[in-house]
Design a protein around this ligand. Structure first.
Ligand code: SF4
Length: 759
């Protein structure tokens, strides 16, 4: 009947926004934007025949449209496992009562205190505004200290197994109950002794005073500040009871906090930005990205630095290796488009060159960049965008080395070791499961194999897995070694026979781990969906297709008997993962055939030597650097002035000629209102690449001169006259730089016909 019919439908939920239609696919945990026809017919997929669909939806769509929609659904279903009708048949609780008891007795890590249900603001969209069914409204409930004290005592008693605890303050606006918060901090610091406490607070930042700032700084509070963007965006919704915007107050308060401790400000604050109409993904992609980006730059916030992978250590070492100081290199990896756009814009606006390690990132950056340029960035010079792959040094691992490594790690000699590296977090933590599942199948019939799982485990994710595996037959054949240091990591590589990267992309950890294994002649199994070219299937390694791990709660319970909230997290993050069947197939091949391992390992090493040779990579950097130098008269100037510093009177003509490449010496220069304002505040502090750079007073002198003198050569002459002869020598190389800086920052503008404006 009806229930049976429901079970045949795809396990999905649908929703629409003003412009688009979406399907949430429960089994893969993905949200997919679909066409209207797909949206309308998808519920019938697998329930009625296509002929019946023609009849049912014929009044709305043509036969062709329906067929096309149907094919799209079918393809997504067979290729990616989307829109399947796997419905859970039952939900079982994964832990028995005793384990639950133990868990809550000893392993409670965090406490969140809702210190008040009142707020001083009345943001229109607030979930506590009283307009949402099932949500409480603002009210005058305030937590008393004895309640908080008992909660903190509880945390103390039940966190014996935790190496740190976290205490968060939430509201309403928690600072309405600031006295209580201070008491809590004092009390907790007293009773927890040396166990670290991580404090967090979500706040609207309107009620800050010096004392509160001090408490935050002294106790290393991490803050989540609600700020929706520039005044116009923010004040539209975030208002007080009298409908007055809260932006000005927050801006002032943040400045106060910043002044007190710029370091704290830079590291401990995150902003929670709510995008509400009229801003949405569509218009955010161009104009508002820029607004937001500028805005957050003004607030000295890096809005981009923690998206994706930021480990640039190989770039640093490459630069070091080459003996050159490259001016600006930025590596970006862009996992999500919306973030990508913010990221890209912010990066593009600040740097002369962008370097990415993957071709698809390159394409993405270019697309977004062109889009931005078209819309609003005219006048800006384009940074160079290059794909420069990673450089990895090959290292022969002969059998002696392998023996030594195994000896040092107390691993037996006569077994096949499979090394897997996964970073454990809620996104990629689940990558391990297809591998474990595959390994369970293989290990049933093979005693002499060992799977070593390493990688970083910030969240204590592995504890549960370890407990489970140790208690099962498999326990003896799986070794969990999370968070090993660099030397141990290299030892592990040396000790291994096969490397597997079970993530859904070869670029986990920027693909470096895969490359490193290949560089040591270890055959690799990985997903390669991103044209990296690392793996030539069957020759330099094995490529595994993405697949879908069908979700069954029973299977999760059996395989991954983690603590309840972790299972929940797994279910939430379970997405498309790599294909279990193929992992089994390739692992068995490599385990059984030692000479195949050797052949593939050798070819892999050969590939790395040819394509990821550090010396060649350094050449690419050098090339880029020299291009940059040619293009930038500014950099040219600095270099040539340095080279010529010995000659006593060579500098003035040189300076003039270099700078004139960009602005002619007789080009009129005008101070802008921004320049004027800067001159009045005398506050020349900017942030460059997260370093605080205080510009010397010369900037102010230049701006001051620009008020009365009218062209470049006059400014230079006057500056030289102003300084004493000793100073002049040191000053000169910087004059041009600072003049250019003023122009670039919009503090001075040259006359329209000068090259910089035409550019
Ligand atoms: S600051 Fe937060 S709690 Fe207060 S009204 Fe605004 S959204 Fe609601």
């Amino acid at each position: 009947g009806e229930r049976e019919r429901d079970l045949r439908r795809p396990f999905i939920h649908k929703f629409q926004t003003e412009n688009h239609s979406y399907v949430y696919d429960v089994n893969t945990d993905r949200i997919i934007q679909v066409t209207p026809v797909v949206y309308d017919i998808i519920d019938d997929f697998g329930v009625i025949s296509i002929q019946e669909m023609f009849e049912k939806h014929g009044s709305q769509y043509t036969v062709e449209e329906i067929s096309e929609g149907f094919q799209t659904i079918q393809a997504a279903n067979s290729d990616e496992g989307l829109f399947s009708n796997n419905h859970p048949s039952e939900i079982l609780y994964p832990l028995d009562e005793q384990s639950l008891r133990n868990l809550y007795d000893e392993d409670v890590r965090s406490l969140c205190l809702g210190v008040t249900e009142q707020c001083n603001l009345r943001c229109t969209y607030c979930s506590f505004s009283g307009t949402y069914e099932f949500q409480r409204a603002h009210n005058s409930t305030f937590m008393e200290f004895d309640v908080a004290q008992r909660a903190i005592d509880f945390l103390k008693q039940h966190s014996i197994l935790c190496d740190y605890v976290s205490i968060s303050f939430y509201g309403g606006e928690p600072l309405l109950n600031a006295t209580l918060i201070k008491e809590c901090v004092e009390y907790a610091n007293g009773i927890f002794g040396r166990k670290p406490i991580k404090y967090n607070m979500t706040t609207n930042a309107t009620l800050i005073n010096d004392e509160i700032c001090r408490m935050w700084i002294d106790n290393d509070f991490h803050l989540l500040v609600s700020l929706d963007g520039p005044k116009e965006m923010h004040d539209r919704y975030r208002v007080n009871g009298a409908d007055r915007g809260s932006f000005d107050k927050i801006a002032l308060n943040l400045k106060r906090l910043h002044d007190m401790s710029p370091d704290y400000y830079r590291t401990n604050i995150r902003f929670s930005v709510v995008l509400s109409p009229p801003y949405d993904f569509e218009n955010l992609s161009v104009k508002n990205v820029m607004e937001l980006s500028y805005f957050f730059q003004e607030f000295q916030v890096d809005i981009w630095h923690d998206f994706g992978y930021t480990n640039a250590s190989d770039l640093v070492s490459l630069r070091h290796l080459s003996g050159q100081n490259y001016p600006i290199t930025v590596k970006v990896e862009l996992p999500f488009l919306s973030n990508a756009q913010l990221t890209t814009y912010s990066v593009l606006s600040e740097n002369d060159a962008l370097i990415c390690s993957r071709p698809s990132t390159h394409k993405l950056i270019e697309t977004v960049h062109n889009q931005l340029r078209k819309s609003a960035m005219q006048g800006r010079t384009s940074p160079q965008i290059r794909t420069i792959p990673h450089g990895v040094k090959p290292e022969q691992i002969d059998s002696d080395k392998k023996q030594d490594a195994r000896y040092l790690l107390s691993l037996p000699e006569e077994i096949t070791i499979i090394l897997c590296s996964v970073d454990f977090n809620l996104n990629s933590g689940t990558d391990i499961f297809p591998l474990i599942r595959a390994f369970q199948t293989i290990a049933k019939n093979k005693e002499d194999i060992l799977l070593i799982v390493s990688g970083s485990d910030e969240y204590g994710f592995l504890d549960g897995a370890r407990k489970f595996l140790e208690s099962s037959v498999l326990g003896r054949q799986v070794l969990f070694l999370p968070n090993v240091g660099e030397s141990a990591r290299l030892l592990l590589l040396a000790a291994s026979d096969i490397f597997i990267s079970p993530s859904d992309t070869v670029y986990t950890d920027n693909g470096l781990q895969v490359l490193e294994a290949m560089a040591r002649g270890i055959p690799v199994i990985a997903t390669d969906d991103d044209e990296s070219g690392y793996i030539d299937h069957g020759r330099t390694g094995f490529k595994v297709k993405k697949g879908c791990l069908p979700l069954s709660y029973q299977a999760l319970r059996n395989c991954f008997a983690f603590t309840p909230h972790r299972v929940q997290a797994l279910i939430v993050s379970q997405g498309i993962v790599i294909n279990v069947q193929q992992i089994i197939e390739f692992l068995v091949l490599l385990i059984e055939d030692v000479s195949l391992r050797q052949t593939i390992g050798a070819a892999a090493m050969q590939y790395v030597c040819e394509h990821h040779n550090p010396t060649k990579i350094v050449e690419k950097y050098k090339h880029l650097w020299s291009n940059l130098r040619q293009e930038s008269s500014l950099i040219q100037l600095q270099t040539s002035v340095t080279e010529n510093q010995t000659s006593d009177d060579g500098w003035l003509p040189l300076l003039l000629s270099s700078i004139s490449q960009t602005v002619h010496e007789n080009t009129p220069l005008y101070i802008t209102p921004e320049g004027q304002a800067l001159l009045e505040t005398q506050d020349v502090v900017i942030y460059e690449e997260m370093e605080e750079v205080i510009f010397p007073p010369i900037i102010l002198t230049i701006l001051d001169l620009a008020r009365s003198v009218t062209c470049l050569s006059e400014i230079i002459q006057s500056l030289i006259q102003l300084s004493n002869p000793e100073e002049t020598k040191n000053l000169v190389p910087n004059i041009a730089y600072h003049i250019m800086w003023c122009i670039k920052q919009g503090l001075m503008i040259p006359h329209k016909s000068s090259p910089i404006v035409e550019n």
